[in-house]
Design a binder for this molecule. Structure first.
Ligand code: PLP
Length: 403
């Protein structure tokens, strides 16, 4: 049971939509570990029953977080999934082989790779464009054949911005749907459905959960139609559901979403400004006043600024380059934070043992001794990037791919 009339989004998230347990008045929703549910004589959902049958179809713990996501995005329905990648791939798998899709060329590398290596082999015709260039986007559309336009804004890793309202007009004029990966913006900064977008996707592993302890994805639709039913069927039939415990953790993580995103924006702005003042600095690609000039237009994502994770005083491409390595080294040598590739992760200030907010205690004590300590470095993946071309060093827990 929820009581949430006219509450602000911050309050809705903080109170899990105002949940109150109808039986015992608990204010925190339970986790439903059940995989199977009693079927009423008339069938699932008959006589006003709750409509659950099997957790690969649905589970009350998913529906709690889905209801919150639907509300925050202003949508008609939501689905939570096992990962961001399962939420990305479902809308493509709900199409048919032979369909044409238009996709942004600079975006999260895992999605690009899946489209190039799997979706094309499966039969989709995938065309990559610079979606921030509306003329290029318009020129790529094939009326009647293009079924989906997929953009990411701000786009990982260069934080390019797409004008969502203009892109949705272009997609709709050709009879296609527009889907947006809104992982970085979150519903705190952008509500894409209000700009004509049909489908919103999140890697909820990032800002939505915000604590680096849940892998999760989400899709939110503006309308419940036959395409949405096919997406639901992809989740059900491939079994890309998340576990109930993860769904519960996601709902709990989202209680602080608005506070975390506001703080991340503040920090990003401060870092961007500091980098501009730095003698070797160049504009940092943070969307907002401290960043480089962006294309003009009704940019849905310029409602706020976003966190940028790897600090790069060179302000160049996050992969490679002396500026990037200097930044990585500077951050880790000063023990400011653990190096990791994950926007929206929980802060891990690493300022020494026993310090409030400290990460793993450092048995070697002070900074200098810790730096000289023999043994594997904490992030072999980053070392591999520096030693590109050379063989990867063995690692106890290899960081396989940056997120
Ligand atoms: C923008 C974006 N979309 C999708 C994904 C994939 O999400 P997940 O790692 O939860 O599968 C990521 C992961 O980093 C991402 O940054």
């Amino acid at each position: 049971m929820t009581r949430n009339h006219d509450l602000a989004p911050e309050t809705l998230a903080a109170q899990a939509l105002g949940f109150v347990d109808p039986e015992n008045k608990a204010l925190v929703p339970p986790v439903h570990y059940a995989t199977t549910f009693e079927r009423p004589p008339g069938g699932i959902g008959s006589s006003g029953g709750p409509g659950f049958s099997y957790s690969r179809n649905d589970n009350p713990t998913y529906t709690q977080v889905e209801a919150l996501l639907t509300r925050l995005e202003g949508g008609a329905d939501a689905l939570v999934m096992a990962s961001g990648m399962s939420a990305v791939t479902a809308p493509f798998l709900a199409l048919a082989p032979g369909d044409h899709v238009v996709v942004q060329n600079v975006m999260y590398w895992g999605v690009r790779r899946w489209l190039k290596e799997f979706a094309t082999r499966w039969g989709l015709e995938v065309q990559f464009v610079d979606a921030s260039n509306l003329d290029e986007l318009r020129a790529a559309m094939r009326p009647g054949k293009t079924k989906l336009v997929w953009v990411e804004t701000p786009a990982n890793p260069l934080w390019g911005i797409v004008d969502l309202a203009a892109a949705s007009e272009i997609a709709h004029a050709a009879g296609a749907r527009l889907a947006v990966d809104s992982t970085v913006a979150t519903p705190v900064l952008t509500r894409p459905l209000e700009h004509g977008v049909d489908l919103v996707m999140h890697s909820a592993t990032k800002f939505l959960n915000g604590h680096s302890d849940v892998l999760a994805g989400a899709l939110i639709t503006g309308v419940k139609d036959e395409y949405w039913e096919r997406i639901e069927a992809v989740r059900r039939d491939l079994g890309t559901v998340m576990g109930p415990q993860e769904a519960w953790l996601l709902l709990r993580g989202m209680r602080t979403l608005h506070l975390r995103v506001a703080k991340a924006c503040e920090n990003a702005q401060a870092i961007a400004e500091a980098m501009q003042r730095h003698p070797g600095g160049q504009p940092c690609p943070v969307p907002g006043p401290a960043g480089p000039p962006r294309p003009r237009g009704r940019t849905a994502s310029d409602a706020g600024r976003v966190q940028r994770h790897p600090v790069d005083p060179g302000g160049r491409r996050p992969r490679g380059g002396a500026g990037r390595h200097a930044a990585d080294d500077g951050v880790s040598q000063r023990h400011l934070a653990r190096r990791a590739r994950e926007p929206g992760r929980a802060p891990r200030l690493d300022r020494g043992p026993g310090h409030a907010g400290a990460g793993r205690p450092d048995p070697a004590g002070g900074r200098h001794r810790a730096r000289r300590r023999p043994g594997p470095r904490p992030d072999p993946g980053a070392r591999r990037l520096r030693a590109r071309g050379r063989r990867r060093p063995p690692a106890a827990h290899p960081a396989r791919h940056p997120a």
